[in-house]
Design a protein around this ligand. Structure first.
Ligand code: BEZ
Ligand code: FE
Length: 291
């Protein structure tokens, strides 16, 4: 290894240290990472103080992160990286558009039967969701795993209200499609919300005078043998934040009507409702597995 490295020579010298990497893809990624990181540093003439601020920032992101507080995912989201990765890896074929996962998916979500109330008793206007999962040829996909999760009527996910909910999951479930590819659940109408701003990512949003808001949506994650997994969301038509999403995740094809109904009307599950409610229906298309 050379010594007395300069601004001009250090990049190649660091890149050479990956020559022996056992994994070609790992080498490719690190060589490019070093190139771009060094070019960026030279281009902005990063000061020592700025470097220290950045390291401290990442350290604080690590400290605040947990399985239910994914600040690194949020950093990727607010920098547009999550959506860029999604665009690079999906987006061809006839499948429903995908979008970012976000930080509020959690492992260990409760299994629910079709038609079940998944609200966990959280108050709000009732919402009835009816979905169908089909393949690229329009044929129903039976037995698909469907994960869904959404916020409450004040814009909070269950994991943000763990004290109030005694750590119990709510407004999330793992369902399976029936033989006609259908799934359904009852829950409550979600609401637009700010991404969490009480951590380091919030500092960036405030410093940049950016809106932290996400438009109202319901998340879905589908898995079915022989098909590509699909991570997506449905957004409410008319939401005031559709064009100001803090994490760049809105696609026109995923905006749909949350249909309002009056008290006295019959819900899709046959219940005579004594309060207003909303219904959403959607057909999701999965692409065939790539390999
Ligand atoms: C979400 O939709 O749950 C979400 C996505 C990105 C950042 C914060 C929240
Ligand atoms: Fe969300």
């Amino acid at each position: 290894m050379s010594i007395d490295l300069t601004e001009e020579t250090i990049t190649a010298e660091v890149q050479k240290t990956f020559d022996g990497a056992a994994d070609d893809r790992m080498r490719e990624i690190f060589v490019k990472l070093v190139q771009h990181l060094h070019d960026f540093t030279r281009e902005v003439r990063l000061t020592g103080e700025e470097w220290f601020t950045a390291v401290d920032f990442l350290e604080r992101i690590g400290r605040i992160s947990s399985p239910t507080r994914q600040e690194f995912v949020l950093l990727s989201d607010i920098l547009g990286l999550s959506v860029l990765v999604d665009q690079l890896n999906h987006g061809s074929g006839s499948a429903t558009d995908s979008t970012l996962l976000g930080p509020f998916y959690v492992e260990g979500r409760p299994r629910a039967e079709n038609g079940a109330d998944i609200s966990g008793g959280v108050p709000g206007m009732p919402l009835f969701f009816s979905g169908t999962v089909v393949d690229a040829g329009g044929r129903p996909v039976a037995g698909a795993d469907v994960d869904t999760w959404h916020s409450d009527s004040e814009g909070f996910y269950d994991v943000q209200q763990a004290d109030k909910l005694h750590g119990e999951p709510a407004m999330r479930a793992w369902l399976k499609t029936d033989r006609d590819g259908r799934f359904s659940f009852r829950s409550i109408v979600p609401r637009y919300y700010p991404v969490p701003t009480d951590g380091p990512c919030g500092e960036i949003l405030r410093a940049a005078r950016r809106s932290p808001m996400r438009p109202e949506h319901i998340h879905f994650w589908f898995h079915a043998p022989g098909h590509e997994p699909l991570v997506t969301m449905l957004f409410r038509r008319g939401d005031p934040y559709l064009e100001q999403d803090a994490v760049f995740g809105v696609k026109r094809s995923l905006v749909t009507s949350f249909v309002p109904h009056e008290a006295g009307e019959t819900a899709p599950d046959g219940t005579e409702m004594d309060e207003p409610f909303q219904t959403v229906e959607w057909t999701f298309t999965l692409d065939p597995a790539r390999r």
